[in-house]
Write a protein that binds this ligand. Structure first.
Ligand SMILES: Nc1ncnc2c1ncn2[C@@H]1O[C@H](COP(=O)(O)OP(=O)(O)OP(=O)(O)O)[C@@H](O)[C@H]1O
Ligand code: SF4
Ligand SMILES: [Mg+2]
Length: 344
């Protein structure tokens, strides 16, 4: 992913798999206009995993919903930008074509498998339906493919469980079924929105490992939305940190962990519990994210930022290039990088 320009390893036609440019989304509500996404740009190359990170309400899901074409409209409206998928703007496509792409080339995994799955259809029937509808498979072939997929996502005794209903599976197993549904038609890109948040910590790690492994095997692009920096270190190639509907920092994972270039990212990192610093009091970023109907002038993070200066209250920082593939929307990114304190 790069903020502007081309991503590494892009497609033969010169474009990234997904290239979101200057996306803007607002919600028109009785309380005013909520500016949920304010000029977000990112690219995802084939085979790349981009983690999108940020506190609740930062616009992670709304950005994904706009890409997938499932924004709640009204009240939500895309008011600017482009969403290029294989070089074509999804926002300019007819509804039918968009639906077709969403069904086959672009898949999604949600947090809550129970509400995303149909409670009155067996999981085998739901998985099989994908092959019947999109691949013209017979009922029997579709069931066989469904069982294979359940096996691929490591559901124990998959063949004997194709006739079971969603409620008969544990939360972790249901999330595996969601992954199987997303993988069924071998899409080019999967957007996973908090795919493990509802699970126990140990199950979370298993599901995340599985997702990472399958992503590699199928060489898909993956956008992984999470508010948990802890889970993405081993899985993502790059990270985009969102705050108040903007990307405030973007970097390769390890560079970002080693030396964040934005005080908000630094705060997020410092609020992760660390085994090597047991007993240390956990840092918490002070204050709350801003109301999206009244985003502060200047740097939107300034009311909470320990480094804020006068300019931060008046001048909105652009995304400064920090290094190749790295950018930060902080006037004082250089100091932020160099003052890493005890961070190893
Ligand atoms: N259906 C809606 N109606 C009105 N406003 C909405 C709606 N959906 C989202 N918003 C607005 O967009 C903002 C961003 O929401 P979004 O769901 O993208 O947050 P998020 O970053 O995914 O947070 P979380 O980590 O809690 O999932 C919300 O705070 C809200 O102001
Ligand atoms: S621009 Fe100023 S307020 Fe914003 S993150 Fe940087 S130092 Fe903090
Ligand atoms: Mg969300």
């Amino acid at each position: 992913m790069t903020v502007e320009g081309r991503a590494p390893g892009t497609e033969a036609d010169g474009g990234a798999l997904l290239d979101v440019r200057g996306l803007q989304v607002e919600f028109r509500t009785r309380d005013g206009i909520a500016h949920a996404v304010n000029g977000v740009s990112y690219t995802v190359a084939a085979g790349e995993t981009l983690a999108v990170l940020g506190e609740s309400g930062s616009g992670k899901s709304v950005t994904a919903q706009a890409v997938l074409g499932i924004l709640d409209t009204p009240p939500g409206h895309v008011t600017g930008g482009e969403i290029l998928f294989h070089g074509r703007d999804l926002l300019r496509m007819g509804a039918e074509e968009r639906r077709r792409i969403r069904g086959t080339k672009l898949a999604m995994i949600f947090q809550d498998a129970l509400s995303a799955l149909n409670p009155v259809l067996s999981v085998g029937a739901q998985l099989g339906e994908m092959f019947e509808v999109h691949r013209g498979a017979s009922r029997k072939e579709a069931r066989d493919r469904a069982a294979e997929l359940m096996d691929r996502v490591r559901i124990p005794a998959a063949r004997s469980r194709v006739g079971d209903y969603p409620h008969q599976f544990s939360g972790g197993m249901r999330q595996r079924i969601m992954i199987a549904m997303a993988l069924a038609l071998e899409p080019d890109l999967i957007i996973a929105d908090e795919p493990t948040t509802a699970l126990d910590v140990t199950v979370q790690a298993q599901v995340m490992d599985l997702l990472a492994e399958l992503r590699r095997e199928y060489a898909m692009g993956l956008v992984l939305i999470t508010h948990d920096l802890g889970v993405v270190a081993d899985v993502a190639d790059r990270i985009a940190v969102m705050y108040a509907g903007r990307i405030v920092e973007t970097a390769p994972v390890h560079g970002l962990y080693r030396a964040p270039a934005h005080p908000y990212t630094r705060g997020l990192l410092d609020s992760i519990p660390r085994l090597d610093q047991k007993g240390r009091e956990l840092y918490a970023i002070k204050g709350l994210p801003p109301s999206l109907t009244a985003i502060p002038p200047g740097c939107p993070f300034h009311p909470r930022c320990p480094k804020a200066q006068d300019i931060c209250r008046t001048d909105r920082p652009p995304l400064y290039d920090v290094a190749p593939g790295r950018a930060s929307a902080c006037h004082f990114w250089e100091e932020t990088v160099s003052e890493q304190g005890e961070r190893p």
